[in-house]
Design a protein around this ligand. Structure first.
Ligand SMILES: Cc1ncc(COP(=O)(O)O)c(C=O)c1O
Length: 370
């Protein structure tokens, strides 16, 4: 008998969000970023669901690119960190994976080997994570071309695109443009999700939306629905105990929360062992019977407590939404001092993912469980 703690995956909403990204990309095309197990939604599942909408996928590493082929998809795939060892290059060439080159050791692997995958250059326009300095780009490109490698693209990544008040994205865009303009006719890419929401942002040829595809806001201080995005994951569980507590009684580990008044308390069958954030503070909302109820006390590994005082007729067995359709994951993340990316990618394997279409959302445990 399953616990009835599950993550419902709304594939129609995923497609809606991808189309929104495409609209906001203007004349550029959007490639679907499906790394980190499709931001926790299941890499093969989301790749398949987007296969008719996207012309390209982006992943972090080779294993993720291989998973796309294992899903039966033949689309181009961009490995955004490139390869981590020279011996992976022949597979990339054979499978048609486009390999990012961000460092001179990767350049040397290509020069000294026989594999000839397509390459995108990573330019460090100021984030200082990965990439060649703008002044090195032309020389790196010349070396690759001399080695018989097709350099088909260039990309950079933004440090502060989520911050509407920051000028850094404009500056990074300019640095990237100047460093790569003379490399044309290669394809160029700068935009993560947040850049899709920055008025006047240059999009170049390809955008790389990630978190927005999953319905979460890439912009600081916003929730996904405010930006027209729809939640793809609804994390759900059930009430497994309801108890009346008297003023002064405490709840959970460390007795970290104490009743100020008579309190109807409910235990929900989900905890940090499922990926619900242990640092979610008292007051973090959950949804029960169409009402928002506050989390109280510390989150345990397998359960958490909520104050049911404002929820009419709450009873054992009631479904509880931790995030998704009515409780934005961005709001839960803010209450836990983190970002939605961490919550979505942190849902553990203990939680079955259930694929649904929007028409099927009533009642738990419908759809395909995996
Ligand atoms: C290089 C690169 N491009 C695009 C993305 C997608 O970013 P976001 O999920 O903020 O859209 C990421 C995510 O970390 C990334 O590392």
């Amino acid at each position: 008998m399953p616990r009835q703690t599950l993550a419902r995956i709304h594939l129609d909403n995923l497609r809606h969000n991808f189309r929104l990204a495409g609209d906001r990309a203007g004349s550029a095309r959007a490639m679907a970023v499906v790394k980190a197990d499709g931001y926790g939604h299941g890499l093969e599942r989301v790749a398949r669901a987007l296969s008719e909408d996207t012309g390209h996928y982006a992943v972090a590493c080779l294993e993720e690119a291989v998973a796309i082929r294992q899903a039966g998809l033949t689309h181009p795939v961009l490995l955004m960190q490139g390869v981590h060892q020279a011996s992976d290059l022949p597979l990339c060439a054979a499978e048609g994976f486009t390999v990012v080159v961000h460092h001179k050791h990767q350049l040397e692997w290509l020069e000294s080997g026989n594999a000839r995958p397509q390459v995108w250059l990573k330019v460090n326009s100021g984030m200082n994570r990965l990439g060649f300095a703008p002044g090195e780009v032309r020389a790196v490109c010349r070396r690759l071309v001399k080695a018989g490698i097709a350099v088909t693209g260039a990309m950079t990544h933004f440090a502060c695109a989520d911050d509407e008040t920051s000028q850094r994205t404009k500056e990074q865009t300019l640095v990237f443009d100047e460093a790569t303009a003379s490399l044309a006719p290669i394809e160029r890419s700068v935009a993560n999700s947040a850049a899709h929401f920055r008025p006047g942002q240059s999009m170049f040829d390809w955008t790389r939306p990630g978190v927005m595809l999953y319905g979460s806001s890439p912009m600081l201080g916003h929730h996904g629905p405010e930006l027209g995005l729809r939640a793809v994951m609804t994390l759900e569980s059930r009430l497994i105990a309801v108890r009346q507590l008297a003023p002064g009684e405490a709840v959970g580990y460390g007795e970290a929360w104490r009743c100020a008044r008579p309190t109807l308390m409910g235990m929900v069958c989900i905890g940090y062992g499922d990926g619900y954030p242990r640092h979610a503070r008292s007051g973090t909302p959950v949804g029960i019977r169409g009402t928002r109820a506050p989390l109280i006390g510390r989150v345990s590994m397998d359960m958490l407590a909520v104050d049911l005082t404002g929820v009419e007729n709450a009873a054992v067995g009631d479904p509880v939404e931790l995030w998704g359709r009515t409780i934005p994951v961005d709001e839960v993340a803010a209450c836990a001092g983190t970002i939605s990316y961490e919550l979505l990618t942190g849902v553990t394997h203990r939680v079955p993912r259930v694929e649904v279409n929007d028409e099927e959302t009533s009642g738990l445990m419908t759809g395909t469980v995996s």
